[in-house]
Design a binder for this molecule. Structure first.
Ligand code: CMC
Length: 427
């Protein structure tokens, strides 16, 4: 029997249907509330509002659970590879060996980026932040791919997925090459996806690029950990923009902009800058904890806290362990890892952080690994974007396949009531 909720306002009762998810999460469906009562609900920041039902990612913030399509993040990070996890996230099932081989091959069909894109990159100053350039370049791809994908046509949608996975990777690395003044290079279709990322970033025309398998494996794992995270800020943005039937590249470009902010994906860059500053100024972690607790100081402990995780972020646990492993395998002794650990240790027993359920999030340790792998700090959020791409694609695809209506929240107006216009000389 389907459950209902009763909302009572001034003795008037409204019966609202309830929705139960496959992990027994419960929601009150208020979609008809305004029709029934004339009222809307108010929830700034959507702290309590579900925007959709989704089959992609399950997250339990109290228990620290994260699963893509039913598979635990721990299992996927240990046993999976980024492209097979991407396939899983986007298409719903792990690929068979031949499907995976075909997917990798099909991505390589689209790795050539239109040469005219290079003149667009030329227009940016070298000092431009790579995330701004990435957002603009992703948007520019719409000019070279003007036909909107028909989501109901499986073949067309599959090709659009391959095309997006291919071209986004290339332009993401070009944002770095531009900042370094390196010539823009090409994807090597004989090499793997993550291998290509390192080559595209660091290969110089003057010498062959030597791959390090430890680096490739670490990056692959990091990309998997970022692949999706249900209705976070950038993903909701992608779904929202796509709900107007804007194309996939345009929607993803908006997602890149949303991700850039320091409260979201930009936190990974902010964490590293914070740790470097602590190190530079003598390593006093407690001083920064005090700053974070001071309500008169806008400083926040970057890489700490999460809207949904209130116990621990399972991704942070995996990344912390990986940071130790990667740094020791590469023989890197980075003093900021010790500072990060000291900060975490102190925060986890501090009343301020404990009472507000603030724990290290995915961004707290990831930058330390990126740094050990030789990735420059202002590329960290681009790394996040490459990892998150399959999630954005999957959520966009699901939203369109489910024929979701255009995203258009309401508001409660708190401005002036009607007033008469007064001409400028009389004001
Ligand atoms: N340092 C100090 N205080 C904090 C922090 C922090 N990092 N995070 C939250 N608080 C305090 C906040 O001041 C508030 O205190 P009070 O109740 O006294 O007013 C309380 O904790 C609740 O914070 P909130 O801002 O209402 O929580 P939220 O769910 O709206 O924000 C967050 C979540 C991630 C934006 C926030 O924790 C934050 O700003 N963290 C630092 C930035 C960061 O690491 N972002 C990456 C998030 S994970 C990856 C991703 O999503 O991209």
């Amino acid at each position: 029997m389907s459950k209902t909720a009763i909302l009572e306002v001034n003795s008037e009762k409204f019966e609202l249907p309830m929705v139960t998810g496959s992990e027994n999460e419960v929601a009150i469906d208020i979609s008809k509330l305004r029709d029934l009562s004339g009222m809307i609900t108010l929830d700034p920041g959507y702290k309590n509002s579900g925007s959709c039902t989704s089959e992609i990612t399950f997250l339990d913030g109290e228990l620290g659970i994260l699963r893509y399509r039913g598979y635990s993040i721990e299992d996927l990070a240990e046993k999976g590879h980024f492209l097979e996890v991407s396939y899983l996230v986007i298409f719903g099932e792990l690929p068979t060996a031949s499907q995976l081989e075909q997917f990798e091959k099909d991505i390589t069909r689209y790795t050539l980026v239109n040469e005219e894109m290079k003149s667009i990159i030329d227009g940016f100053p070298k000092t431009a932040h790579p995330m701004g350039v990435l957002s603009a370049l992703t948007s520019a791809l719409t000019a070279f791919n003007p036909r909107s994908v028909n989501v109901e046509n499986e073949k067309e949608m599959y090709e659009a997925v391959c095309k997006t996975m291919a071209k986004f990777m290339v332009i993401a690395t070009w944002t770095y090459r531009k900042s370094m003044g390196y010539p823009l290079n090409y994807y090597d279709n004989t090499k793997g996806y993550v291998e290509n990322f390192m080559r595209l970033m660091f290969e110089l025309p003057t010498e062959p690029y030597k791959q390090n398998p430890i680096v490739i494996n670490a990056l692959d794992k990091l990309f998997i950990l970022h692949a999706d995270h249900e209705q976070n800020c950038s993903t909701s943005t992608v779904r929202m923009v796509g709900s107007s039937h804007a194309g996939l590249f345009a929607s993803i470009s908006a997602g890149v902009s949303a991700l850039w902010g320091p409260l979201h994906g930009g936190a990974n860059q902010a964490v590293l800058e914070m740790l470097e500053e602590i190190h530079r100024t003598g390593g006093d972690a407690d001083k920064y904890l005090a700053k974070a607790k001071d309500k008169n100081d806008p400083f926040r402990l970057m890489g700490f806290g999460h809207r949904v995780y209130k116990n621990f972020d399972p991704r942070a646990k995996i990344i912390k362990k990986a940071a130790d492993e990667v740094l020791s395998t590469l023989g890197v002794n980075d003093p900021i890892l010790a500072i990060a650990k000291k900060l975490e240790e102190s925060a986890l027993v501090d009343e301020y952080f404990v009472s507000r359920q603030l724990y290290p999030n995915v961004d707290f340790y990831s930058g330390i690994i990126y740094r050990a792998l030789g990735i420059p700090t202002d590329m960290f959020t681009v790394m996040f974007a490459i990892g998150r791409l399959p999630g954005w694609i999957a959520q966009w695809k699901e939203m369109r396949e489910n024929k979701e209506p255009i995203g258009r929240p309401r508001q409660i107006y708190t401005g002036h009531p009607l007033r008469d216009f007064v001409t400028s000389e009389k004001r």
